[in-house]
Write a protein that binds this ligand. Structure first.
Ligand code: ATP
Length: 237
């Protein structure tokens, strides 16, 4: 069953058409990766799907909801991790997760907070103020925040950006196990190893258009490439 159906999506900023009519769908529990050069339209696509930007034309369905007509319903079932997100600097990591969890009163907030802390895996530093965190610690806290709510759809803009190798691997494993537990994931990344390891399917977006789509294996076969980086350089010249 498709959790996400994007149909001929166009998004313009004034005269600039950043996304020029893209179509894709994502099935339940799939990890779907958007890759592409700088300025290709990845963040724009993710921001539209998270209801933060208005659609210029086309349509998006998330589960049974039409994103334009029922954005509030969509917001209840998604979670968005922006590329450049921050947290409230005066709160400790734990207080920040508690603060966010309290928005989800119908759910078991204590369990949600524990899950967030487990994902963030900050040890004792979870009780330090967020403004003392390194970039990687902040990212881990935010990934914890995004996944603790067990959203139907997690939209992750470069989830491991700024993380060292060990932390990035830990986050990748977590995202994978979250998907196995039923969360559908849409992510963007510049790390080709990451998308090869994590994604069930990849869409390569260039200049606002999806120019290739498929499983990592199919794409590597099609381009006779050793890895996704090679596919990328062959497709995007
Ligand atoms: P990157 O890999 O560099 O993060 P991206 O694929 O995420 O790039 P977008 O951020 O979606 O690309 O940008 C797509 C196009 O839209 C670019 O030409 C960018 O300059 C433009 N753009 C993005 N945000 C805005 C905005 N708020 N106003 C005007 N133009 C914008």
């Amino acid at each position: 069953m498709a959790v996400v159906e994007v149909n001929n999506l166009v998004k313009s900023y004034g005269p600039l058409e950043a996304v020029k009519g893209i179509t894709f769908s994502i099935n339940r529990g799939e990890i779907f990766g958007l890759i592409g050069p700088n300025g290709a339209g990845k963040t724009t696509t993710l921001r539209v799907l998270s209801t933060l930007l208005k659609i210029s034309s086309g349509s998006i369905k998330i589960m049974d909801y039409d994103l334009e007509k029922e954005p509030d319903e969509v917001r209840k079932i998604i979670s968005y991790l922006p590329e450049d997100a921050g947290a409230y600097k005066n709160l400790s990591g734990r207080r920040y997760l508690e603060f966010i969890a309290n928005f989800f009163q119908e759910k078991n907030t204590q369990q949600m907070i524990s899950r967030g802390m487990e994902i963030a895996n900050l040890g004792e530093r979870i009780d330090d103020k967020v403004d003392t965190y390194s970039k990687g610690m902040m990212r881990k806290l935010l990934v914890g925040r995004a996944l603790m709510t067990e959203p139907k759809l997690a939209i992750l803009d470069e989830p491991t950006s700024g993380l060292d190798v060990n932390n990035a691997q830990e986050i990748r494993r977590l995202v994978k196990s979250t998907a196995r537990a039923g969360t559908t994931v849409l992510l963007s990344s510049h790390n080709m190893l990451e998308v090869e390891f994590m994604c069930d399917r990849i869409a390569l977006i260039s200049n606002g258009i999806i120019v290739e789509e498929g499983t990592p294996r199919d794409l590597m076969e099609k381009y006779n490439a050793k890895n996704i980086e090679e596919v990328f350089t062959k497709v995007v010249r």
